[in-house]
Design a protein around this ligand. Structure first.
Ligand SMILES: C[S@@+](CC[C@H](N)C(=O)[O-])C[C@H]1O[C@@H](n2cnc3c(N)ncnc32)[C@H](O)[C@@H]1O
Length: 208
């Protein structure tokens, strides 16, 4: 078992998400502010209250997971493809504020980022939103990227393009994507190690 697999195994055994209480509360507050009300509304029409709570807990944990990973590996620069409302990006911002370092570039072909969050001065200092796909957005990045979170167009060709685009400009150490992505055999990268299909449908892959 390598260290990333060990991280995931320990993570799921852990009750406290490997974050200290202050950071955990801060990260959870992003999801609660942006998504909680609309998720409750959406789920309540087809689920019992206890199922709603369980599903919301799982949703919230997905955002916390990536922050825990960054925290564990001391990852500072993040590039995200697929911003949507910005819940994951702003969760990283809370982490960067906590460690007083780090930055996220996040891109989306749609302008759906939550403006009331994004327009806050302290958020803009840590988060750059670029309305485009990765072919253009990666040109804004001159520093080394530690974590590349692929969550835009999940089709295989699109994911491979995202990775090629980022590799043009930066050195990438870790990439994430969702389980529907199958890039292992693409032959584009020298080596992808598929580490684990995770409970909450995230795959973790390492670029060498
Ligand atoms: C699943 S959502 C992203 C959720 C977000 N990463 C989060 O965790 O908070 C997918 C987003 O990808 C965007 N998207 C689709 N194709 C894209 C592409 N080729 N490049 C960038 N974004 C894309 C969609 O507009 C949508 O907002």
């Amino acid at each position: 078992m390598n260290s990333l697999e060990k991280f995931l195994e320990d993570y799921y055994k852990s009750e406290n998400h490997l974050l200290d209480d202050t950071l955990l509360t801060e990260v959870s507050s992003v999801f609660d502010e942006i998504n909680l009300e609309k998720q409750i509304k959406k789920l309540s029409s087809r689920m019992s209250p206890s199922e709603v709570n369980k599903t919301i807990e799982q949703d919230r944990n997905r955002f916390i997971l990536l922050v825990s990973l960054a925290n564990h590996y001391n990852l500072k620069n993040v590039f995200e493809v697929g911003t949507a409302d910005g819940c994951q990006a702003f969760s990283f911002v809370k982490y960067f504020q906590h460690i007083n370092a780090g930055h996220i570039w996040t891109c989306d072909i749609e302008n759906t980022i939550n403006k009331s969050f994004y327009n806050r001065e302290e958020v803009k200092q840590k988060c750059i939103f670029i309305k485009s796909d990765s072919s253009i957005a990666t040109n804004s990045v001159s520093e080394k990227v530690d974590l590349f979170f692929i969550d835009g167009d999940h089709r295989r060709g699109a994911v491979v393009s995202d990775i090629k685009n980022l590799k043009k400009n930066t050195r990438v150490t870790i990439a994430f994507g969702f389980s529907m992505i199958t890039i292992k055999d693409s032959g584009v990268m020298r080596k992808f190690t598929t580490l684990k299909t995770m409970k909450n449908s995230i795959n973790l892959k390492e670029l060498n």
